[in-house]
Design a protein around this ligand. Structure first.
Ligand SMILES: NC(=O)c1ccc[n+]([C@@H]2O[C@H](COP(=O)([O-])OP(=O)(O)OC[C@H]3O[C@@H](n4cnc5c(N)ncnc54)[C@H](OP(=O)(O)O)[C@@H]3O)[C@@H](O)[C@H]2O)c1
Length: 163
């Protein structure tokens, strides 16, 4: 009997930092810089493959060190093929941006979300995370902070697993 090849990594995780209404960014940049969140992101993704959209890659300006970086562009390989090629990996991270989150949340097994309870910058946001449907996603871990060392507003690291 022919065994079926898995079509994606064992765990496909989306990781993002969101404002109170799912705000992700403005003018191809982030809304806040929270040093604790940057450390959290690094600790989770280090050594793994990260997948991002071309615009997010441009906003970073260089590959993330210590991780295998895959940048999606319509002129490149298809997302489905990329995920199939990574099917031997235990956990792969989708790191944005909005277009890529919207296209992959239905495939994801886990979400690592930093929820930020802070006022938005004056310009607001122009990209948003898709809704996290509580019927599909169960909160499995949470760490709350009343503020960061250099960030005067509350934020939480929340993990969701697909039900
Ligand atoms: N808050 C957070 O956690 C977080 C994380 C990451 C990014 N962001 C923010 O999100 C914003 C960027 O998001 P965005 O939605 O504008 O752009 P994006 O998702 O980063 O990149 C979009 C580009 O990715 C490529 N692409 C998208 N879907 C594809 C597919 N199925 N196959 C192949 N290529 C595909 C296309 O590139 P081509 O045009 O080259 O074809 C498209 O223009 C920025 O503001 C950034 O700061 C926030």
């Amino acid at each position: 009997m022919k065994s079926e090849q898995p079509s994606k990594p064992r765990t496909l995780s989306l990781i993002a930092v969101l404002g109170p209404s799912g705000e992700l960014g403005m003018r191809n940049g982030l809304l806040w810089h929270i040093s604790e969140d940057l450390k959290h992101f690094k600790a989770l993704t280090m050594g793994h493959t990260v997948i991002m959209g071309r615009r997010t890659y441009e906003s970073l300006g260089k590959p993330l060190p210590g991780r295998s970086n895959i940048v999606l562009s319509r002129s490149g390989k298809k997302l489905e093929g990329i995920l199939r090629d990574l099917n031997d990996q235990p956990e792969v991270f989708i790191i944005g941006g909005a277009q890529v989150y919207h296209q992959t949340i239905h495939l994801a097994d886990r979400l690592y979300i930093t929820h930020v309870q802070a006022p938005l910058p004056a310009e607001g946001a122009d990209v948003f995370f898709p809704p996290i449907d509580p019927l599909q996603w169960q909160e499995t871990a949470r760490q709350d902070f009343s503020r960061g060392a250099n960030f005067p507003y509350p934020f939480s690291f929340v993990t969701y697993e697909r039900r």
